[in-house]
Design a protein around this ligand. Structure first.
Ligand code: MTE
Length: 324
C-alpha cells in the first residue's frame, strides 16, 4: 500500500476536544437507548442521532435495519464526513479523497452477486433479493487499518454465514474468495497496473461463517455511498481494513487458500490472515498504537481489534507471527 506516513493527522481530521467530548456524550447516551431497545423500526442514524454530530447523513437511500446487534461497540461513531472523505478504494485512485471525488462513475443499480464454486446450489442474487431474503442489522464496529488509523462505523448489513448457507457450501468449501467488479470504464483506477485487478480477498470458511462477519449494504442508516464500496462490501472487524473488500460481484467457495490482492503485490507486508495484532509489527512500522480518526491522542491497539473474546479460538495453536 502506498502510505506517506501512517500517523500524521491532517489538519481537517483534528476535532477540537470540547466539541468532541460533547458529541461523544450525546452519541453514547443515544446509542445506549437504541441498543437496549434492540428492535428499531427505522435506523438509529436516521432517527435517534443529531445529524450534526456525525456531519450530514449519507445522500444515498434510507435503509431500515430490523435490529441493532448486541455485537455492537458503544464507542462513539466517527463523524460521517471523515469516513467518506478518508477512504481506500484504489479503483478510483490512491489518495484518500479520490474515491469521494471519482466514484460517481460507478453504476450500482442493477447489481448482481454471483456465488460459485464449492456449493451445491450456485446462484445469482440482486441487491433487492438480498434485502428481501436476509434480516438487515445495524452493527457498530471498529475498523482498524494497517496504516495505523481506526474508525467506528455504524454499518448496516446481513450475516455472511446466513447468506452463504443459502447456497449450501459442500465439504470442499474450506475458503471463500471475494472479487470486486472489473470494469476500467467505470473504475478508472483499474486502467493503471497498481494491483492485479480485480481486487480480491479471501477468508477461511470458519472466519467467513463467524457471527461477527458482515456483508454490508449500508452505513449511518442509508445504503452505502459509492466511495465506501456500494452496493455490497465485506466488513471483518477483527482484521485490518484491507480485508474488507468493496463492491463485490463474485463470491467463490474453494478448497485451496485464495491469493489476496495485497499478498500478491507485497506478501512480506500483507499476509492472508491480516488479524489486527499489536505484537506483530508491519515490516516498516509498529502496529502497537493507532490514531482514531477525529481524535488527537493515540490509543493502544487491541489484539484482534478488541474482538479477542469472540475470535481468538479460531486461531488456537497457530503461530500468529508466521500467519500474520
Ligand atoms: N476494496 C477494493 N475493492 N479496493 C480497495 O482499494 N481498499 C481496502 C479495503 N477494501 C480497497 C478495498 C483497504 S486498504 C482498506 S483500509 C479498506 O477498504 C478501507 O475501508 P474504508 O474505505 O471503508 O475505510
Amino acid at each position: 500500500m502506498s502510505i506517506p506516513h501512517p500517523d500524521t493527522p491532517l489538519p481537517s481530521e483534528i476535532t477540537p476536544e470540547t466539541t468532541y467530548l460533547n458529541r461523544r456524550q450525546f452519541i453514547q447516551a443515544t446509542l445506549s437507548t437504541a441498543i437496549i431497545a434492540n428492535t428499531l423500526s427505522t435506523a438509529t442514524w436516521a432517527k435517534g442521532i443529531d445529524p450534526h454530530s456525525v456531519g450530514s447523513l449519507p445522500t444515498t437511500q434510507p435503509l431500515s435495519p430490523t435490529s441493532t446487534s448486541l455485537l455492537s461497540t458503544d464507542e462513539a461513531p466517527t463523524p460521517l464526513e471523515k469516513v467518506v472523505n478518508f477512504s481506500n478504494f484504489y479503483e478510483f485512485g490512491t489518495d484518500k479523497t479520490d474515491p469521494v471525488n471519482y466514484a460517481h462513475s460507478l453504476k450500482v443499480d442493477p447489481w448482481q452477486v454471483n456465488v460459485v464454486g464449492a456449493v451445491a446450489k450456485p446462484g445469482v442474487l440482486g441487491i433487492e433479493d438480498i434485502l428481501r431474503l436476509f434480516p438487515l442489522e445495524e452493527r457498530i464496529y471498529r475498523l482498524r487499518c494497517v496504516e495505523g488509523w481506526s474508525m467506528v462505523i455504524p454499518w448496516l448489513g446481513i450475516s455472511l454465514a446466513q447468506f452463504l448457507k443459502r447456497f449450501q457450501p459442500t465439504s470442499q468449501a474450506k475458503f471463500v474468495q471475494f472479487l470486486t467488479l472489473l470494469d476500467p470504464q467505470q473504475m478508472p483506477g483499474q486502467r493503471r497496473p497498481i494491483l492485479n485487478w480485480p481486487y480480491q480477498e479471501g477468508l477461511r470458511i470458519d472466519e467467513a461463517m463467524h457471527p461477527l462477519t458482515l456483508l454490508s449494504l449500508g452505513l449511518y442508516g442509508r445504503t452505502l455511498p459509492k466511495e465506501n464500496g456500494a452496493p455490497l462490501r465485506l466488513v471483518v472487524p477483527w482484521k485490518y481494513g484491507f480485508k474488507s473488500i468493496k463492491s463485490i460481484v463474485t463470491i467463490r467457495l474453494m478448497e485451496k487458500q485464495p491469493l489476496t490482492s495485497w499478498e500478491e503485490v507485497a506478501s512480506s507486508e500483507y499476509g492472508f490472515y491480516a488479524n489486527v495484532n499489536p505484537e506483530v509489527p508491519h515490516p516498516r512500522w509498529s502496529q502497537a498504537r493507532e490514531r482514531r480518526i477525529g481524535e488527537f491522542a493515540k490509543r493502544d491497539t487491541l489484539l484482534f481489534n478488541g474482538y479477542a473474546e469472540q475470535v481468538a479460538s479460531l486461531y488456537h495453536g497457530m503461530d500468529l507471527r508466521k500467519y500474520y
